[in-house]
Design a protein around this ligand. Structure first.
Ligand SMILES: NC(=O)C1=CN([C@@H]2O[C@H](COP(=O)(O)OP(=O)(O)OC[C@H]3O[C@@H](n4cnc5c(N)ncnc54)[C@H](OP(=O)(O)O)[C@@H]3O)[C@@H](O)[C@H]2O)C=CC1
Ligand SMILES: O=C([O-])CC(=O)C(=O)O
Length: 483
């Protein structure tokens, strides 16, 4: 919106710094500052804005425009200012000659509809339809990301912004959710996004309020979660993280696009996804996914290594069940060069024991080497999971995703989020693959993972609206990253 102001030296520029006005990012034209008399006065203001105010996060001055971007509402709250309801984005223009002195006049609000908060360069307005190169682009989609200052996001956001997932004609808006703790880091992330000059990245918003950040989200990538600390019981982790995902489910239900696609990454991701969907009754349960694509990718890699082929020759790889050490990498239905795995790798013992355990515990082995959990490969797998939903699945193949079991054709207990084989037409939706074969070994392993998820579900009953929680989790299972 536009605020028309007449500015004079009698209107001290410190008013510009009024935190109530600074409720959101705004820009001042250089011309406005020239009202303060001359260019050196303007430069002095810039210097002072930069140095004296802790809530001014960056200033930029070029020959035509000074933009001061700062200020998230929540950030201001931390500065103990109590923001009042103000226009969110203001352009202050000056209509007086630089040497004129005038008394301040009343602020006129030209457009009462507030524009969303935005970060830095992403506050500039643009018209995609006005440019030849962007005229044919699709409508901008909103992608909300939680845990946006974390390690996985740090890889993922740049892949999304590059156009790798949605293509070169799909502009995107990133809505980055952090917390009090991570707000500064989130600003760092936003600055790096600014400096990357991605043509497709049209909007970036950062904040700590899921109801603001999830507004009209077309995709929600829920990555933020508390890691399991030393001495923490799995039941404790389920409860702490479950509360985060219950809250985020409510926020999605209230403000996201009704057909939002949700990918839950934060662990324990299957049960977090179940909690999230139970708290979002307006969104189809089918739209919720728990990320098991990393497990699929890990399994493909190990089969390729054993068979002595490159990993692009491995297809039809299903991960069944929970993203935990009970997950089942299905070598019965997988293929190498189009042939059943068992025709290529004849070592059944290796498949049942070494291969299976290697995939289940790959995350933990990596943590031992790296000193931190898989971040880059997880980001790649999130991008893969999204691409699998927005591009048609190649004929005869499928991908794995943790999805809602109700109506599944495999006899898996209803009302869980369970990794299963899916195919997509590329419309964001998926269907479960029907022609799957089972043997005793596979069924037994699937049953173990199912039992674990049923136990997790009982343990979070207080978060899914199903009564009192009872935690009888199996002792011998862990997250992939735990050792
Ligand atoms: N499904 C899968 O295949 C995989 C899942 N994961 C899981 O993804 C999640 C994120 O991993 P990664 O990015 O490496 O982790 P990081 O620790 O780098 O970042 C995670 C973010 O989670 C948020 N967070 C931390 N503690 C809490 C808390 N108590 N409450 C709310 N949020 C918290 C923090 O953001 P903020 O302070 O902004 O809230 C932090 O930035 C983890 O749960 C991890 O186990 C990891 C690898 C694979
Ligand atoms: O347990 C973790 O946090 C890491 C994880 O999920 C994985 O590597 O698959």
């Amino acid at each position: 919106m536009t605020l028309a102001l007449q500015v004079s030296s009698a209107w001290p520029y410190t008013n510009i710094l009024n935190p109530h006005l600074l409720e959101s990012s705004f820009s001042l034209s250089l011309q406005t500052l020239l009202c303060l008399k001359n260019i050196s006065a303007a430069m002095a203001v810039v210097a002072e804005l930069s140095s004296s105010s802790s809530y001014i996060k960056s200033t930029r001055l070029d020959t035509s425009q000074l933009s001061i971007s700062s200020t998230h509402l929540s950030y201001l709250r931390r500065q103990t200012f109590r923001p009042v309801t103000r226009p969110r984005d203001a352009t202050i223009t000056c209509s007086v000659a630089s040497d004129q002195v005038q008394a301040p006049v009343a602020v006129q609000v030209a457009d009462p509809k507030p524009k969303n908060d935005c970060y830095g360069v992403f506050c500039l307005t643009y018209d995609l339809k006005a440019e030849e190169e962007t005229k044919s682009w699709k409508k901008t989609i909103n992608i909300a990301v939680s845990g946006a200052a974390g390690m996985i996001s740090n890889h993922l956001l740049f892949k999304l912004a590059s156009g790798e997932v949605f293509g070169a004609d799909q502009p995107i808006a990133l809505k980055l959710l952090g917390s009090e703790r991570s707000f500064e880091a989130l600003e760092g992330v936003a600055m790096e996004l600014e400096d990357s000059l991605f043509p497709l990245l049209r909007e970036v918003k950062i904040g700590i309020n899921s109801y603001e950040l999830f507004q009209d989200a077309d995709w929600a990538l829920l990555i933020g979660a508390k890691p399991r600390g030393p001495g923490m019981e799995r039941a404790g982790l389920l409860d702490i993280n479950g509360q985060i995902f219950a809250e985020q489910g409510k926020a999605l239900n209230a403000v996201a696009s009704p057909n939002v696609k949700v990918i839950v990454v934060g662990n324990p991701c299957n049960t977090n996804a179940l909690i999230c969907l139970k708290n979002a009754p307006k969104i189809p349960p089918k739209n919720f996914h728990a990320l098991t694509r990393l497990d699929e990718n890990r399994a493909k890699c190990q089969l390729a290594l054993k068979a002595g082929v490159f990993y692009d020759k491995v297809s039809n790889m299903t991960i069944w069940g929970n993203h935990s050490t009970t997950q089942v990498p299905d070598f019965l239905n997988a293929r190498i060069n189009g042939l059943p795995v068992k025709e290529v790798i004849k070592d059944q013992k290796w498949l049942e024991e070494e291969f299976t355990e290697m995939v289940q515990k790959r995350g933990g082995v990596l943590i031992k080497k790296w000193g931190r959990s898989s971040a880059a490969s997880t980001a790649v797998s999130i991008a893969d999971a999204m691409k699998s939903l927005v591009t048609p699945t190649p004929e005869g193949d499928w991908f794995s995703s943790g999805v809602y079991t109700t109506g599944n054709p495999y006899g898996i207990a209803e009302d869980l989020v369970f990794s299963m084989p899916c195919r997509s037409k590329g419309d964001g939706d998926y269907e479960l693959v029907k022609d799957i074969i089972f043997d005793e070994y596979l069924l037994q392993r699937i049953t173990k993972s199912e039992a674990e998820l049923l136990a997790e579900k009982r343990c979070v009953a207080h978060l899914t609206g199903e009564g009192i929680a009872v935690c009888d989790l199996p002792e011998d299972t862990m997250l992939p990253g735990e050792m």
